[in-house]
Design a protein around this ligand. Sequence first.
Ligand code: BES
Ligand code: ZN
Ligand code: ZN
Length: 510
Amino acid sequence: MKVLLDRREATAAATDAVVTGVFERGDKETAFPRGLAKEDAAAKGLVRAAWDQREIQGKRREVTVVHRPDRNGRIVIVGLGPRTRYDAEVVRRAAAEAVRALKGKGVRTIAVRLAAFALDPVPSEAAARAVVDGTYLGAYEFRKYRTTSDGPVEEAAIALGEELAREETLLRKAVDDERTVAETVVWTRDLANLPADTASPERLAEEARALGKELGLKVTVFDETKLAEMHCGGILAVGGGSTAHPPRMVVVEYPGGARRGKTIAVVGKGITFDAGGISIKPAAALANMKFDKSGAVAVLGILRAAALLKVPPRVIGVLGCAENVPSGTSYRPGDVVRTFNGKTIEILNTDAEGRVVLADALAYAVAQYRPDEVIDLATLTGAEVVALGDDTAGLVATDDRLANALLAASAATGEPLWRMPLTDYHRELVKSDIGDVRNSTELPVAGLLTAAAFLENFVGGTAWAHLDLAGPAYTTAATRRFQPAYQSAGATAFGVRVITRYLADAVRPN
Ligand code: BES
Ligand code: ZN
Ligand code: ZN
């Protein structure tokens, strides 16, 4: 997908389709919306005819296609739903609905009339960003293993027209920046969608190295020998079951754009396949476990976007990568492992492996870089999916300012986060009789929060936020139907947009 800015009217550009929007109409509403006048003129009254026939209702997900009698392409009218519930997320979804509906229908280029979406309370800049996201992400499909193509939309022009031409400078910057973000989301999805035979811990390390080379970022890879010297017993225990694909810890450093910026560490769970280990998962639960690396891959995406956008803070990405499979060299229930910060973990369930890997990755990040704050991203618990569904990530934070800033970035980007309460009750549940903490609790309650209580042991006093993305990290054929059109099949790259927004807005140390 190519997204560009065009100063002209959408109807004046020579494209296969012009995309515009319309609010949901009332039962008795007959007056033709003024916002559709230009498209109606281009279609010689046929848009109005569709309106009069009540083919256009303006409901969300509704896409109406009208052909111009002069054969200069189509007019595509996307429903925006109720006027009173309009926001940037509606725009993001509407743009994606349009490119999805036009896929495989001979439409190669579209022009989106931005003025039709830059409506109160959505400022033109936010509308432009939302259109970039929606078109770019809505058109995405994982192409690596397919020899056929549906014929996706290839080029989207964001047309300013007379209403917005004066804002060209501002809008050009917004489109350029958001294109970088959206293109990074696609890059991240491509990596997260790779199956476990290909995306091994070594491969993720190689991807990090290649990225570092391309963007001039320092990349350090710790192999199993080095991890043993560093006393990273957690990641070694989890990764020990795979004789084919040994574990790696990967560090990517972006030096920061501001002179007095903060240091923010971003840590990701990179289980390239989670079979559960000795506590093996049942067959049905194995199907999507290549996506258990989504947190780590999102961290790579975040570093990529941060470097390309030159965000103010210094950002340290740490990826804890391992394959969790059963074998004679696997760690076992009953084992006690010693981690980087010296704390010991009693293993009770080898399928609770993410927290064991993150223990080392978090402890290393805070000890080595003394960040002002640390954010981790992980497909950590099935309990998260039960609690919040497959569109929302669970947020647990020990710092209210950090939590609120992340919630603000979430609102701006449309990646839903919901903060959950971490209390002494959860801390009590993860205490171990034989070691410091246990990786699985006696009571099967509040799994999202007991996992967080466990992780808290490895961040020291650093301001910390934990994002459990088990739900929103990927879609399946079943869940995708209920998701916004910009969530493609498979990996969503959840976290890249919200955390990049947070980093771009973060300026001074507190
Ligand atoms: N990777 C899983 C969590 C997961 C589940 C991610 C579903 C995506 C979709 C994690 O390693 C896991 O297996 N967690 C266990 C923990 C339990 C054994 C304490 C879980 O949630 O059941
Ligand atoms: Zn697991
Ligand atoms: Zn896992």
